[in-house]
Design a binder for this molecule. Structure first.
Ligand code: NA7
Length: 541
């Protein structure tokens, strides 16, 4: 396909051709940098290339979940649904790649096996697979926060004789029609896939470990007129999103849940439930801060599950307990609960009857064996750190990034890791990315990194690296801010685990507006918290 040749040396090597890498390439090339992008996938699109499972769709309104950097791009693209499907987002990103002539600098089907910092030469020596060696002055890891699939390690799984597929590495040849399908996992991916698979499979067995709170997507078609009507306000809406806590056009409605009467609350929850996706959590300002407030929303959602699922025993199993609503990613559903009312769907509760092993085409739990033609793993990702830790990255003094992160993910502003000079991460741990409209966060990260590189060029700086003490202070700040909220009250992919079992809350909860202000202040102060070294003569090219 669209495979550019990779030169032996570039100024900037970008890993990943999703929302982050595409924009980073465009921006840096515009500013005169020599840039190459590699991606392991057979096409551009990142997350939206890989997650082709049935039902895959965005849970942020498509008009907001799109680039804002180019007014013409925004004006010419028309979304067909309020929440875009995976194929539509993928075609949008392909359109962007064509429109800005990005493909000539993108090499697909190529991984970065290793990257080693060469202190004497002041550059990264990189091993590509396939493709061998290249070097780059800067490396930008635009590898995605949710891109390294997490696979179960049940005994015998490697010998499963049916088809096995992870939602985040879906294959187009998977045909579920008339099949006996099992699906493990009921996070966002499972919740989206379950109703679509149930429609075509002979039988679907859902293996449930932790029930999710799922709210109706309230999806609907969007017509061009609606988007045209919004056009005059778009610039202001986009700017509002950039300064907002969540990166969305809408924020929480004013008021506290506990100050409202029970009748008022019930009415507002009903409205916000019907508004779609995260609407419920935006009903009041205190829902993710005050446990009692949160309980009122959780109880409302639990009541909905009891109404939607006919069999009381199944409804009980699907009802989340023991963690605050919203502290794990709220799922967006279209027919999820109703799917459990179908005759061809059954539920296995792994909390009572855990998975023991796999034998032939059978998944065996303590309740018995189930023959499956296709086993779908909706088991999630090694979030925020997984894709980077999978690369053999060696920084100053032989430090290995993956090994360092086993002691706890650390990253200054989610943008750079101390000990790894001239390397940037987009949506790294310590950034608000996954707790925001990630496209808004990505645009901010990408623009900040481009401005930083321009500054280094203008000032003749040879290396930039995060200062370890400032990095540690930032991670501690992230943890403190998180603990002012209810987010750490559940175990979720927002948290990393250290080798000694400690949980580390990874995303910055303080909001994209506050984060942007912090990043801007860091840059304005000459990259405060970074150590910059100037060019020595032998490093000049
Ligand atoms: P998630 O949200 O991490 O969900 C993964 C699900 O898989 C969750 O229900 C897990 O249960 C379950 N799981 C994971 N491993 C196992 C094993 N070994 N056995 C049984 N069940 C397991 O991933 P998603 O892909 O759904 O969504 C990720 C994000 O992508 C989403 O939030 C959006 O932002 C986009 P557990 O909770 O660990 O008990």
């Amino acid at each position: 396909g669209n495979t550019g040749d990779t030169p032996a040396h570039v100024d900037v090597l970008i890993v990943g051709a999703g929302f982050s890498g595409l924009y980073q390439l465009h921006l840096l090339r515009q500013r005169g940098w020599k840039v190459a992008v590699i991606d392991a996938a057979g096409g551009v699109g990142g997350t939206w290339y890989w997650n082709r499972y049935p039902g895959a769709r965005c849970d942020i309104p498509s008009i907001e979940y799109s680039y804002s950097f180019d007014a013409d791009l925004q004006a010419e693209w028309r979304w067909t649904e309020r929440y875009a499907t995976q194929p539509e987002i993928l075609s949008y990103l392909n359109h962007v790649a064509d429109r800005f002539d990005l493909r000539r600098d993108i090499r697909l089907n190529t991984r970065m096996d290793s990257a080693t910092w060469d202190e004497a030469a002041g550059l990264w020596r990189v091993a590509l697979n396939p493709g061998g060696a290249m070097s780059a002055r800067y490396v930008i890891l635009a590898t995605g926060a949710l891109s390294a699939p997490k696979l179960p390690d049940w005994p015998g799984i490697e010998g499963f004789s049916g088809e096995i597929v992870h939602t985040g590495a879906w294959r187009d040849d998977i045909d579920l029609r008339g099949k006996r399908v099992g699906i493990v996992g009921t996070g966002s991916s499972g919740v989206q896939a379950i109703p679509r698979i149930a429609e075509v499979a002979a039988h679907l067995t859902v293996y449930l470990r932790t029930p999710s709170f799922a709210v109706p997507a309230s999806n609907r078609p969007l017509d061009a007129g609606e988007q045209e009507a919004l056009a005059p306000q778009m610039a202001a809406l986009r700017e509002g999103a950039r300064q907002s806590p969540l990166g969305w056009f809408d924020g929480p409605r004013p008021g506290m849940a506990l100050s409202a009467s029970e009748t008022e609350r019930a009415q507002r929850y009903e409205e916000q439930w019907n508004a779609g996706t995260t609407g419920l959590l935006l009903a009041y300002e205190d829902l993710l801060i005050d446990e009692d407030a949160n309980t009122t929303a959780a109880q409302f959602a639990r009541g909905k599950i009891a109404q939607l699922v006919h069999d009381p025993d199944t409804a009980r199993r699907l009802t989340p307990t023991g963690y605050p609503i919203g502290s794990r990613r709220l799922c967006s559903e279209i027919g999820y609960y109703e799917a459990f009312n179908r005759d061809n769907v059954s539920l296995v509760d792994l909390r009572e009857t855990p998975i023991e092993r796999v034998e032939g085409n059978r998944l065996i739990t303590s309740a018995g064996a189930q023959e499956l033609d296709v086993l779908v793993l909706a088991t999630g990702f090694n979030a925020m750190t997984g894709a980077i830790a999978a690369i053999d990255i060696t920084g100053r003094d032989g430090a290995k990034l993956a090994r360092e992160w086993e002691d706890g993910p650390r990253c200054y502003l989610g943008l750079a890791v101390a000990g790894f000079p001239n390397m940037f991460t987009v949506t790294g741990p310590g950034s608000p990315s996954v707790l925001s409209n990630v496209v808004v966060s990505i645009e901010q990260h990408v623009e900040w990194i481009a401005d930083c590189l321009d500054h280094l060029r203008a000032t003749g700086t040879a290396t930039i690296a995060a200062d370890p003490a400032t990095e540690a202070a930032w991670m501690q700040h992230c943890d403190e801010v998180a603990h002012m909220t209810l987010f750490p009250r559940s175990i979720s992919w927002y948290q990393g685990r250290t080798r000694d079992g400690r949980l580390v809350f990874m995303p910055y909860v303080g909001g994209v507006g506050a984060y942007r202000a912090k990043c801007d202040a860091v840059a304005a102060a000459g990259y405060d918290g970074f150590v910059l070294t100037t060019n020595t003569p032998e490093q000049e090219e």
